[in-house]
Write a protein of this length. Structure first.
Length: 135
């Protein structure tokens, strides 16, 4: 029984401290409205992101696989947690949501990040799903 309690305690500590670590995600699905062209699909096919989760935001570094030494980095503000998924957003100057990030932490499955982009009318114009890269 003590061994089981120790394991649970170590698991909780590990999950609590792992949120500050950088995690690599690979793109698994992409869609755009009305549709992605073949050139756009080829451009996004190798897209990866490095994610660092903080208390108030998530920082995503977009890595294209090219020799660019300075990846595009953007920070999204934490909004709420719904059904074990953390929601982060980037808003324009009027307060409308331009990008919504959903971070689903998997205990036994891979973590997943879904990125949705919106036009000024609030319609989804792009959707990308990334899964945690594990060895």
């Amino acid at each position: 029984m003590k061994l089981l309690q120790l394991f649970f305690l170590l698991l909780c500590i590990g999950l609590g401290t792992s949120t500050q670590a950088q995690t690599r995600f690979k793109i698994t699905e992409m869609d755009a409205y009305p549709r992605l062209t073949d050139i756009e699909k080829a451009h996004f096919a190798g897209l990866e992101i490095d994610a660092v989760v903080h208390k108030d935001n998530i920082e995503l570094s977009f890595v294209t696989g090219q020799n660019d030494k300075t990846p595009y980095i953007n920070t999204y503000t934490y909004r709420e947690k719904i059904n074990r998924e953390k929601i982060y957003t980037e808003n324009n100057h009027d307060g409308h949501v331009m990008v919504m990030i959903t971070y689903k932490k998997g205990l036994f499955d891979r973590d997943q990040i879904t990125m949705r982009q919106f036009n000024p009318n609030g319609e989804v114009i792009g959707s990308f799903v990334f899964e945690e890269e594990r060895n």
